[in-house]
Ligand binder design. Structure first.
Ligand code: SAM
Length: 220
């Protein structure tokens, strides 16, 4: 799978994509990430990516030309590409979307900035995604969230696929059961004895019961 990320701040991605699961996925060549600086596709001397809104109003709007040219460049490299623009009003990203995206071969993520995109940029998109009903300064953090959630679902990225099978949201509204590690007792809180019983059937039953109960739990 290959991600193309179009941004005016490509350096923002260096650290998050050089650690942990994503780093390993890239090293194993299961996932490739190409960062594309939208500014490299500007046509003006000052490499201007934004301009004032027609009709007046505050802030600046990302111009269509550099983003269209950057996407032309991407489309020359790969035949099939699923293009996502990041917007606050887009479809809210969730695990089922991540699962579907993990089946794609090539994904482009277009990050907005300032007051957002020129409306014509929307015609490039197959999909418009939001990571929540709030306003971020730019689409970069949203793109990181999507790349992270999708990458861990790409086959062989997580070494033991079983660990994906009982994760929260892996199956509709399933919530993972409570997990404990050592020490047995911490500040007066003990690990449920059933988990130390060695009785795998009973442990499984307890976990399933707790997972169901978790669905009705209130947030802490
Ligand atoms: N003026 C825009 C509006 O009212 O919808 C908001 C622009 S926002 C400051 C700049 C960029 O950040 C957006 O174009 C989008 O790419 C990104 N962005 C902001 N909030 C987001 C969210 N919740 N999910 C995904 N992307 C978001």
């Amino acid at each position: 799978m290959k991600f193309f990320i179009l941004s005016i701040f490509p350096d923002m991605f260096q650290s998050p994509f050089s650690e942990g699961v994503i780093k390993r996925a890239r090293e194993k060549e299961l996932v490739e990430i190409e960062l594309i600086d939208i500014r490299d596709f500007t046509l003006t001397k000052h490499r201007q990516v934004d301009d004032y809104p027609y009709g007046g109003g505050c802030g600046m709007i990302l111009k269509p030309e550099p983003i269209y040219l950057a996407m032309d460049f991407v489309k020359e490299k790969v035949k099939d590409i699923w293009t996502i623009i990041l917007t606050p009003k887009g479809e809210i990203f969730h695990q089922e979307i991540a699962k579907n995206l993990a089946k794609k071969e090539n994904i482009a993520l277009i990050c907005g900035r300032y007051e957002g995109f020129d409306e014509r940029i929307r015609y490039l998109a197959d999909m418009e995604l939001s990571i929540g009903r709030y306003i971020l300064s730019g689409g970069e953090i949203a793109a990181m969230v999507i790349v992270d959630a999708v990458t861990r679902l790409v086959p062989d990225v997580i070494e033991n696929p079983k660990s994906l099978e009982e994760e929260t949201f892996c199956n509709g509204d399933w919530i993972e059961y409570p997990q404990y590690t050592r020490p047995y007792e911490f500040r007066g809180m003990k690990v449920p004895d059933i988990l130390l019983s060695g009785n795998h059937k009973k442990i499984r039953e307890w976990r399933m019961k707790m997972a169901k109960r978790r669905k009705d739990e209130k947030y802490i």
